[in-house]
Design a protein around this ligand. Sequence first.
Ligand code: COA
Length: 272
Amino acid sequence: MAEDAQPEASDPELVDVVVDGPVGIVTINRPDKLNALNSEVIEGLLGAMLTLDDDPDVGCVILTGSPESKKPAFAAGADIQEMSEMGALILRAYSQDGQQLCGVIDGMTKPVIAAVNGFAFGGGLELAMACHIRYAAESARVGQPEINLGIIPGFGGTQRLLRLVGRGRALEMLLTGDPIDAQEAYRVGLVNQVVPDGDLMETAVVLARKLAEQAPLATQLILDAVARGADREVDAALAIETDLFGLVGTTEDVREGMRAFLEKRPPEWKGR
Ligand code: COA
């Protein structure tokens, strides 16, 4: 999590947070603008994510777009109206805010699932790519159309897309600005699963509940190992894994997990 990020109260109008048992559901709620990400939405999302990351009763978070949009949308991008009035330095700060939000999501101590329920364009796809797992509705379309506006992605899109789908495919999407449909996104590894439109949230919640039931410290350390190892040489990445493996060995849960296996009973995780 970004060190200088502070929790903010999320705006109930634009970012809706529901905690359902161990699952936090964050909904971008700006349906009249296809859930486009203006500054208030970005601030609300940051506050919501920081609050849920700090909540010990929440084991997994789902991020989605309001289902009330006139056309299904996860988020149709950063707010073009707002950006059109920004000078260069403000645009730079806007990019930093977006990157901070995506960094916070990426660095959460619990899994974050993007339930991509429609358009995920520009900043919308960048948000989805910052999540740990992406499920997409069959009718969803994703893309980085910034080039059509004469700008470039600024919330991490050039880097996360590159890392998820490889250089050639990423450059094709970035340079043409053309969207791809959910099946193609699945084929290139941009989404984990494509789900019939009406089943998306239910499927995401089933996964979220499963992830929330796993050993919380092991979950956190797996997220950490994958994030910290992703851009390192394999030897350095493996050294991180070994250190975290040793660290998890200091927890009560590791004893409980092995004891439960040997005693042929389900484990009771304590998160310590
Ligand atoms: N920023 C601000 N407003 C946006 C927006 C965005 N990124 N995307 C959509 N909207 C608004 C539209 O301006 C419109 O508002 P209005 O009804 O007040 O005029 C409303 O959302 C509906 O969008 P509209 O374009 O009428 O819907 P559509 O079904 O014809 O097209 C899209 C849907 C997603 C193809 C189209 O809205 C689009 O291309 N959006 C921009 C995508 C983009 O470039 N994102 C990257 C931004 S960096």
